[in-house]
Design a protein around this ligand. Structure first.
Ligand code: ADP
Length: 234
């Protein structure tokens, strides 16, 4: 049996419905929500502010810190609260992806903290978290070369698909999940993880799909910023 039709009726290269909003956490210096289907992430940014303890400071430039977490109520089986190996890894790859666009040269000895919370999870949370975090950093006025836009691509059985949901990730025909984050202006890949095996040709096709969908994500991100900052040149 081959995977011929997606359960939710989407085309194989069609992402889930997307939505974005900035300024959702008023007390934060910057914040945003990003939704892809049933996966929703909120990101809040604090800083630049002086980094304590001082031995962690970099006198040349500011430091970026990133914490990704999933709320206990984000999945149907209550997720155990607190950090895990998974959340530590996702925090690290998210930070590295964002560092490729953030410029903290003007903020020596300071820190910018990015907190990402997934309030509802149905696969693709690291990508949705990155999309929200990039928007929250822009909302905080942190100097950035561009945004970062992300989506997971992969395969279900022999089919290449974009933006897998949990049903597809756990499919009986076997699946491969490839989260990809890009700098939309240059198409530079700043995150690529591969969970499983994939043939070279399939990877090429999946990356093509990721590029196309990342540009759709970018449009949604820019629209959210334009709504919040009507006069801004974006
Ligand atoms: P991503 O969310 O980036 O795709 P994973 O592949 O690790 O990362 O997770 C896939 C999905 O599995 C998540 O989006 C979520 O729906 C589910 N999931 C992850 N961790 C847990 C957990 N501790 N409890 C229940 N479901 C989880």
């Amino acid at each position: 049996m081959t995977y011929t039709k997606r359960k939710d009726g989407r085309k194989f290269d069609e992402p889930r419905e997307m939505e974005a909003k900035v300024g959702v956490i008023k007390r934060a210096d910057g914040s945003a929500m990003f939704r892809m289907g049933d996966t929703i992430a909120i990101a809040a940014v604090y800083g630049p502010r002086e980094l304590h303890p001082r031995f962690l400071q970099n006198p040349q430039k500011g430091v970026l810190r990133c914490i990704y977490d999933m709320c206990s109520f984000s999945v149907t089986e209550r997720k155990r609260p607190g950090p895990s190996r998974r959340s530590t890894e996702i925090s690290m790859v998210t930070k590295n992806a964002l560092l490729s666009v953030v410029n903290l040269d003007k903020f020596p000895s300071a820190v910018v903290d990015v907190f990402i919370n997934v309030i509802q999870a149905n696969a693709g949370t690291r990508c949705v978290g990155i999309n929200a975090a990039a928007l929250a950093l822009a909302d905080a006025g942190i100097p950035m070369r561009d945004l970062v836009s992300a989506v997971a691509v992969g395969s279900v059985g022999t089919k290449i698909v974009v933006d897998l949901d949990k049903y597809e990730e756990d499919h009986e025909e076997g699946s491969t999940d490839i989260p990809v984050a890009m700098i939309p202006g240059t198409n530079k890949v700043v995150l690529l993880q591969l969970d499983g095996a994939v043939k070279k040709e399939a990877l090429k096709e999946a990356l093509k799909m990721a590029k196309k969908t990342c540009s759709d994500v970018y449009k949604i991100q820019k629209k959210a910023l334009k709504t919040a900052y009507p006069g801004a040149l974006l």
